[in-house]
Design a protein around this ligand. Structure first.
Ligand code: GLN
Length: 198
């Protein structure tokens, strides 16, 4: 049987992730209720508004099953708000899933520059790159983005801004990106996630 990937579809940029996954030829389903988690091979938690997504996830009783499945090894990828929901530490406030050993800082880039785009060098993506893509920077869109202030032991930093701010990391089956890889047409991060999930 083919693999099936879920995208948490409570609020935010879930449609775009579903479309990218489908464009890569994999089955992708919107997750709104615990029963939609059954049989998944990976789960994407999209960007949006982390407080809203968190409240809805609690209301729909999704938090415990997602946490349990991730602890059992389900690949989970949090982008932007999704990364905040994955983090063990978010400074002020209570973490939601508390799965990944990172300190995430909400709205880390302040108001005046709260959205920007930049090219990132991400050597990890070479694993899934075709010849023409290899070594090519990833064009990343940051929308009122968080940053990763610190990573714990066993967490691999996979992308930083020129000033050293960490904006993507991986810990075993968990992937976090502070930006929105579903925008911009470069599918390498999605392919990287599918590769992790194999
Ligand atoms: N600033 C948002 C939050 O804190 C995240 C923004 C995004 O996901 N694009 O929830």
């Amino acid at each position: 049987m083919g693999k099936k990937y879920g995208v948490l579809a409570l609020q935010g940029a879930f449609i775009e992730h579903v479309q990218v996954l489908r464009s890569l030829g994999v089955e992708s389903v919107e997750v709104r209720l615990p029963k939609h988690l059954r049989g998944l091979d990976g789960l994407v938690i999209p960007g949006g508004e982390s407080t809203t997504i968190g409240k809805l996830a609690v209301a729909y009783k999704l938090v415990e099953p997602i946490r349990r499945m991730a602890e059992e090894g389900l690949p989970v990828w949090g982008t932007c708000a999704g990364m905040i929901l994955l983090a063990k530490d978010i400074g002020q406030g209570r973490p939601l899933l508390g799965l990944m050993d990172i300190v995430a800082k909400r709205n880390a880039f302040g108001r005046q520059v709260d959205s920007f785009e930049t090219d990132l060098l991400v050597p990890e993506l070479d694993e899934v790159s075709i010849a023409e893509e290899r070594g090519y920077p990833f064009h990343a869109v940051f929308i009122r983005a968080p940053s990763i202030e610190r990573v714990g032991n066993g967490v691999l930093e996979i992308a930083c801004l020129p000033d050293g701010t960490i904006v993507a990391a991986r810990q075993d089956n968990l992937l976090a990106t502070a930006f929105h890889p579903e925008l911009g047409g470069d599918t390498r991060f999605h392919r990287y996630f599918l590769h992790m999930a194999r």
